[in-house]
Design a protein around this ligand. Structure first.
Ligand code: ATP
Ligand code: MG
Length: 703
């Protein structure tokens, strides 16, 4: 079906004038606008507009999304809007589109049809071989080298293009690695973009064919593209009638993966004559949410600054609640979810958003126990994650020497050079002797010197079985002594987050007296998990939440060190953390609940924590702040006659510890240095160090 412009917009209601003109804009366009202003909606409708009113054939439009989930959503909406099939259209993530380009001419990049795309495990296997071949020093590990190679690839550099003054060994390995991929007729994930980019650059005829083919290119979440993606788009869009990008520099949150916020800030320089179209009307969130988000992001410097307004007048204040620890936090959040559900809010319209995926465990356990349906979006449920399963494998094997499955899982994890050949021998021996795999391995090691690495492991497991003392200590020992921790730490950012998960796992063990009870508990959780349902609460990391919206959100763990994360305190990283906070706040339509714990359990035990600086950056008028510990018994609470109305006073004395941030009525926020008797020494930004009576201290809002 085709429509004139007028007819098109008659059919599509609910668009403001700025949105309409964005949909029809010609040439190079950047829609630069805040959260919830309809960027994704405009991009989707523009696709339909190009087809229905401008008669652009479907297959000549490319639409790039950031995640597969976003691509799925866009396809779904287009199918409804136009009654079409979207399967064969150029709508997808950068990687999926690049793969299609490569498949159209694999011989140009030295591949045969049917080449394979490697996953990280395969990459590691190849790199391991190469490292061995050149007898590289210990400091070169698969993960560090592959990480470096990936960074070079994201800069668009092929091996011979890496500028001088980079590490020679890494570079040699990069050369060998690419040769190996070609030999095995495969490519890695970064290659999809890198090789398609160079394939086009090297072949003018081919390039020009594709440049003329894509008449229009649409890119969502433009703020998060890296140099390679940027180069790729710029190349493909050179001859197109239209390049239409939408983005929000305040939501650029992938700097750690090489994305550069500068790409969006200098759009007009890169594409001379480009139009920048702002959208200022927010349709998603209540005024309180919007005002909180705008005030917070106003503290960043690296931005253009935008106006964001709403016609809505309704809405509740943002609820900020302090809890004693993460356990109470989970209980509190789930209590509120149940209350909202009882008032008619579907589970699926609520979400818990967290900074790190490790935080999900307490919530998941609570959900399972209370029989409330949930799903972990964009990542895997806690106990199903690879690193957790590996650790569980060790514990199962320690507990049960004849658990062959567990033995098989951990025998060569981390890699110890115990290959399929050795495993085959172990199998046959076990069969012949009718014994467990472990026993068979022992016999083979002792009698036939099968593998010294296996011998060491078998010796270790016996030491672990004799371990006395708390369970979490045993697990921490296994984590370290097995070499698994070192193995994770060699995997860059990915490895650090996996390590955080294992540390969280160790904490879970604290609640159990013996291994058997714990393993039963986990089996039960996994069993409960298997019965899931449709209407479920989402648990997501802040990174996975981009572009999504919910009625009500729970932003948990807003504490210093956790959010902003301890690793991200440099000026630049801190701005990215603040953008994450902005993304977090702007996901909700109706209600935002923020929580933090005064104590976070770490491996060192309960550690005092203090509310995130981002809480203090929220406008006092829009939030309903309760810093007190909900459950703290009345006797441990102090009540100050001078406390302003509406603010509960907190601070059981345990909460006053060095490093904690307290608010003083006269001096404002300060950090505790020491605490003796009833005198607290605090450092204040403006006044320096002061000694004050603890009866003067209370936590409250800043303004
Ligand atoms: P984000 O920055 O979070 O990705 P966005 O700018 O892409 O947000 P959308 O997700 O497209 O925003 O839209 C936010 C919400 O506002 C959606 O529910 C959308 O349907 C609604 N919306 C957008 N424009 C209008 C409008 N003109 N009238 C009514 N609702 C609208
Ligand atoms: Mg969007």
């Amino acid at each position: 079906e085709s429509f004139s412009s007028e007819e098109f917009f008659k059919n599509v209601t609910a668009l403001n004038d700025a949105q309409k003109s964005a949909i029809q804009a010609k040439g190079r366009v950047l829609v630069s606008a805040g959260a919830g202003t309809g960027k994704t909606k405009v991009l989707t409708l523009r696709y339909a507009y190009l087809v229905q009113s401008c008669k652009i054939p479907l297959t000549h439009i490319m639409a790039v999304t950031f995640t597969n989930r976003a691509a799925q959503e866009m396809k779904g909406r287009l199918e409804q809007l136009m009654s079409i099939q979207t399967k064969s259209l150029w709508i997808g993530t950068f990687h999926s589109l690049a793969l299609r380009l490569l498949k159209s001419a694999p011989e140009r990049i030295g591949r045969k049809p049917g080449f394979s795309v490697l996953d990280t495990k395969d990459q590691g296997r190849i790199m391991g071989k190469l490292l061995k071949a050149i007898k590289a020093k210990r400091q070169y590990t698969c993960q560090t080298v592959l990480h470096q190679i990936s960074q070079w690839k994201c800069q668009t550099w092929l091996p011979h293009q890496v500028p001088p003054a980079h590490d020679e060994i890494n570079l040699t390995l990069y050369h060998h690695y690419q040769q190996e991929l070609e030999l095995t007729n495969s490519v890695d994930f970064d290659d999809l973009l890198l090789l398609s980019y160079h394939m086009l650059k090297a072949d003018e005829a081919l390039l020009s064919k594709w440049q003329r083919y894509f008449k229009h290119i649409l890119v969502d979440e433009y703020q998060d593209i890296n140099s390679l993606q940027y180069g790729w788009i710029k190349l493909l869009a050179a001859q197109s009638e239209g390049l239409f990008c939408v983005g929000d520099e305040d939501q650029s949150i992938y700097g750690w993966r090489g994305a550069s916020i500068e790409n969006i800030l200098r759009f007009q320089e890169d594409f001379p004559g480009a139009q920048i179209i702002p959208l200022e009307e927010n349709y998603r969130s209540s005024p309180a949410i919007l005002s909180a988000a705008s005030t917070l992001i106003g503290n960043n410097h690296l931005r253009h600054g935008k106006i964001l307004r709403t016609q809505r007048r309704d809405g509740e204040k943002i609820q900020v609640q302090g809890l004693w620890d993460s356990k109470e936090e989970a209980a509190y959040v789930i209590k509120k979810i149940v209350a909202s559900h009882q008032k008619g809010r579907p589970y699926a319209s609520m979400a818990i958003l967290m900074r790190t995926s490790a935080q999900s465990r307490e919530f998941e356990e609570r959900f399972l126990v209370e029989h409330i349906p949930y799903q972990v979006v964009g990542s895997i449920n806690f106990y199903e994650r690879q690193e957790i399963r590996d650790m569980l494998g060790y514990l199962r094997w320690i507990h049960n020497p004849s658990d062959g499955l567990a033995f098989e899982r951990v025998m060569n994890t981390p890699r110890r050079g115990i290959g399929p050949g050795a495993l085959g021998k172990i199998y046959s021996k076990a069969k012949a002797k009718e014994c467990s795999l472990e026993e068979a391995g022992r016999i083979l090691c002792e009698e036939e010197k099968l593998s010294s690495a296996l011998g060491i492991l078998l010796h270790q497991v016996q030491k672990w079985r004799r371990h006395e003392g708390p369970l979490e200590q045993l697990a921490a020992r296994v984590f370290q002594e097995s070499g698994y921790e070192a193995y994770l730490l060699n995997q860059g950012n990915e490895g650090i987050s996996r390590q955080e998960n294992v540390k969280e796992f160790l904490k879970a063990l604290e609640n159990f007296q013996n291994l058997e009870d714990f393993l039963d508990h986990v089996s039960l959780l996994l069993e409960l998990r298997a019965r899931s349902s449709q209407d479920s609460v989402s648990i997501l990391t802040l990174h996975a939440a981009k572009g999504l919206e919910f009625e009500e959100t729970f932003l948990v763990g807003w504490e210093e060190q956790l959010f902003p994360h301890a690793r991200c305190l440099s000026e630049r990283d801190l701005e990215e953390e603040r953008r994450l906070a902005y993304v977090a706040l702007t996901r909700a339509k109706e209600r935002v609940n923020i929580t933090f714990a005064w104590n976070r359990r770490t491996l060192q035990g309960q550690m005092p924590s203090s509310p995130s600086r981002f809480i203090q950056e929220l406008p006092a008028g829009e939030i309903d702040l309760r810093l007190s510990l909900e459950k703290a018994s009345a006797s441990s609470m102090k009540h100050f006659p001078s406390a302003p109305k509406g603010v509960s006073v907190s601070s059981s004395q345990e909460a006053i510890r060095p490093g904690v941030r307290l608010f003083h009525q006269v001096f404002g926020w300060g950090i505790v240095e020491s605490y003796h008797g009833n005198v607290v020494q605090l450092v204040f930004k403006q006044y320096g160090t002061k000694s004050v009576m603890d009866s003067f201290l209370f936590f409250t809002e800043q303004k």
